[in-house]
Design a protein around this ligand. Structure first.
Ligand SMILES: [Zn+2]
Length: 304
């Protein structure tokens, strides 16, 4: 079930127990079968009209690797190693037919496995770009463990890539579901409410707090639906359905442009892009689409 969502279903074996082995990694970089994916400004190089990720041999990137561009071992798959490199600022051979495409736009066009690898690469390269200094003592840090750790040469601290948990939920009351319209993305699109999990909080507590804060609705039973890596820049979306115990809505205008209850039949039209007022839901690349669709199709009817 998980692999139907964009950015989920990563096919690579991350071989995490071997990433510390520098000789093994160096050997992989010398292997002509090894493939490397370059990103510039967190957008991947792509090829062709379809388009596809532009996986390349290591050779053209050797200079960049030796001069310290962020390089990440992504994993093993199809009998070979896969790496990602940050080519921001790097020159590219003139015969390389490359185009940079935004990851959110590209994901639906490539296979789910490729999209998942791309999510891994994008989240890690973004983390490296923004964590060049030690959070403990301020010294410049060095990349270690084939891109999975940054170490501080001064205070010896190790820093690991983060994943930020975000709860995203659909509150349900009888035949109605609660959808909101984002301030940052106003317009005709309504979606699930969502928010970051805070320190010292369970997922259930975060779901209840977010819904209470954003619309003033109290929740009863919750059910986990599915999760999705969301590489903008490094979130894990945790999808839930929730039973609403109250129905009065008091919108927090700092968070939402608006929110209201929708009849299930109305949401079905929104999913199909046939709503009479042009209202819609997020596209299938987002887990919100699938949380909403599951409810419309009756998969969340035994809550509580
Ligand atoms: Zn330090």
């Amino acid at each position: 079930m998980e692999d139907v969502y964009s950015f989920a279903g990563n096919p690579l074996d991350r071989a995490s127990e071997r990433r510390e082995n520098r000789a093994w990694i160096a050997g992989l970089l010398d292997d002509p079968q090894t493939r490397i994916l370059a990103l510039r400004g967190l957008k991947p190089f792509t090829r062709g009209r379809t388009p596809a990720l532009d996986w390349q041999p290591v050779g053209p990137w050797r200079d960049q690797i030796e001069t310290g561009a962020s390089l990440i071992f992504l994993g093993l798959g199809d009998g070979r190693a896969h790496f990602a490199i940050d080519a921001t600022g790097a020159s590219v051979a003139p015969d390389v037919d490359t185009e940079l495409i935004d990851v959110r736009a590209l994901a639906p066009a490539i296979g789910t496995g490729e999209a998942a690898i791309l999510a891994e690469a994008r989240s890690l390269l973004d983390w490296h770009a923004r964590h060049r200094f030690c959070a403990q003592c301020g010294s410049p840090t060095k990349v270690a463990s084939a891109g999975w750790v940054r170490r501080c040469p001064d205070c010896k601290a190790s820093h690991f890539p983060r994943t930020d948990p975000v709860v995203i939920m659909l509150a349900i009351h009888g035949e109605r579901g609660l959808l909101g319209r984002n301030r940052r993305r106003a317009g005709a699109r309504f979606s699930c409410l969502a928010g970051f999990v805070e320190p010292g909080e369970t997922l259930e507590e975060a779901v209840r707090r977010e819904v209470r804060e954003e619309v003033g609705v109290e929740l009863g039973g919750l059910r986990y639906f599915a999760s999705q890596p969301w590489p903008f820049p490094m979130s894990l979306m945790i999808g839930c359905h929730a039973e609403a115990l109250s129905t009065d809505i008091k919108v927090d205008r700092a968070e939402l442009e608006g929110a209201r209850w929708f009849e299930r039949e109305e949401v079905a039209l929104m999913l199909l892009r046939r709503h009479p007022d042009g209202l819609g839901t997020p596209p299938p690349v987002a887990i919100a689409h699938h949380i909403i669709r599951a409810w419309v199709e009756g998969e969340a009817d035994t809550l509580g």
